[in-house]
Write a protein that binds this ligand. Sequence first.
Ligand code: ZN
Ligand code: ZN
Length: 124
Amino acid sequence: MLAGTLRLPVVLECDRCLESFVHTLNEEFAVVFELAKEEAAGLASDHFCKGDELDVVYLAEPVVDVFSVLAQQVFLGLPEKRLCSDKCLGLCPECGANLNSHPCGCARSTGASPFNVLAKLKAQ
Ligand SMILES: [Zn+2]
Ligand SMILES: [Zn+2]
C-alpha cells in the first residue's frame, strides 16, 4: 500500500481568462496494490467497480510504477473549476481582452447578456 499526501504546485489554465496560474495541490491519497491473478481477473473487475475509499491498482507483475500512480493521483486531485482567482474577471466577450490586466473600452451593457435576452423572450 502506498499512502501519503501530495503537496506540489501545478500550473493550470484559468477557465475564465485562459491565463496560466499555479495551483498548489494538497491531496491525501491511499493506493492499494494487488497482484492480479489470471483466474481472479473477473473478481478483480468486480472489485474495481465498487468505488471503495481506497484506490486499488491491479498489477500484472509485482512491479509498481510509482511515478504513474502519483501522476494519476495528481490528475484526480485537480480541481474541476480552475480559476486563477475567485474574482477573476475573465475575458471580454466583445474583444477578448483579459479584463484582469487591462479593462477594455467595450461598452458592456448588462442588457446584452444572454440571460436577459432569454428573460425578455419568456416575458413576451
Ligand atoms: Zn482567470
Ligand atoms: Zn472588450
